[in-house]
Design a protein. Structure first.
Length: 318
């Protein structure tokens, strides 16, 4: 059984840790004897007899900086753009993964796994650079159905287990996220008409909640978990919502149409409250805005975005 010394970096970055974990799991499954050493130990890497692997972010890794200064680590290819990496084989079979950032380091770990699979062993020498060409790469998943649920209208589907049982299946999500990571996806788009009424509570507008307390708790838990799991795989969760849609019970109480084709100051105030509370509740989830579907007129859409949505986002990130 061949021995591999895997360096545990000083960085506590979750993406780098996940990449090293993936590499370690693969090596163990491939019958390598994996032993962890510290980053400080790796400064004197020549004393370890056998294969050694280090993965780190070039911008904050003391070990990579030292190897660059001593000219032990040289770059034969230019790494352009974010999420890139360079893999080099140093003397005494020391494989160094130098990431442009944490995601690049993660991708470098996965690439080393692929190179070992191709060769059936650690390559004798490996010098390569790679980086994604597209900035945003990922699928769209609609929290929508193929039929309308009267009296609700188009795209109006509160997020519940009865409508979307798959959404609460963590094993399913893990398989999906690992598939996305394998294909170097870095964004997951979720589309919903008005998701806020399933994910947040507003003290000022309690009637806007469209799910039960139990369903609300389930939604909060699965969104928190999904965001965390995606993040360590270098994936950004982005939630898209349509405009102007409002919750059905909220619309009924206030005598409004659930689909608003023009700007109502009362609805604008409600929407601002939604966005602010959502950002505070889920600070790492992005928002994608669809200004169409219900809202009509270019000027209406411009005003809605500039006077309602943007001020709410700015307030939410304070």
């Amino acid at each position: 059984m061949s021995k591999v010394y895997l360096v545990k970096p000083n960085s506590e970055n979750k993406r780098i840790a996940f990449g090293i974990e993936k590499l370690a799991d693969f090596l163990k499954e491939d019958n390598f004897d994996v032993e962890y050493i510290t980053e400080e130990d790796a400064y004197d890497y020549r004393k370890f007899d056998g294969i050694k692997v280090y993965a780190g972010n070039r911008n904050d890794s003391g070990l990579i900086k030292k190897l660059e200064e001593t000219k032990e680590l040289l770059y034969h290819d230019k790494v352009d753009g974010q999420e890139g990496f360079y893999i080099a084989t140093l003397p005494t079979q020391f494989f160094v993964i130098s990431g442009v950032d944490a995601t690049g380091t993660l991708y470098g770990c996965l690439e080393l796994i692929e190179q070992i699979k191709k060769s059936g062993a650690f390559p004798h020498e490996l010098f390569m650079a790679d980086a994604p060409k597209l900035k945003l790469r990922g699928p769209v998943i609609g929290l929508q159905l193929t039929k309308i649920e009267p009296p609700r209208k188009t795209y109006e589907y509160p997020i519940t287990p009865s409508r979307f049982p798959w959404f609460y299946d963590k094993k399913h999500w893990e398989e999906m996220m690992d598939m996305m990571l394998k294909n170097r996806c870095n964004v997951l788009y979720l589309w919903s008409g008005h998701p806020f009424s399933s994910l947040i509570k507003l003290k000022k507008y309690p009637e806007a909640l469209e799910v039960t307390e139990e369903e609300f708790a389930m939604n909060k838990e699965i969104f928190d978990w999904l965001t965390e799991e995606c993040d360590k795989r270098g994936i950004w969760v982005v939630l898209k919502f349509y405009n102007i849609h409002i919750p059905y019970p909220f619309a009924i109480k206030h005598g409004l149409d659930p689909l608003q084709s023009s700007i109502d100051p009362f609805v604008a105030e409600y929407t601002k409250e939604c966005i602010v509370e959502f950002i505070k509740s889920f600070p790492h989830i992005g928002l994608m805005v669809c200004l169409g579907e219900a809202l009509r007129g270019t000027q209406n859409k411009t005003d809605w975005f500039l006077e309602t949505i943007l001020p709410a986002v700015k307030e939410g990130v304070k």
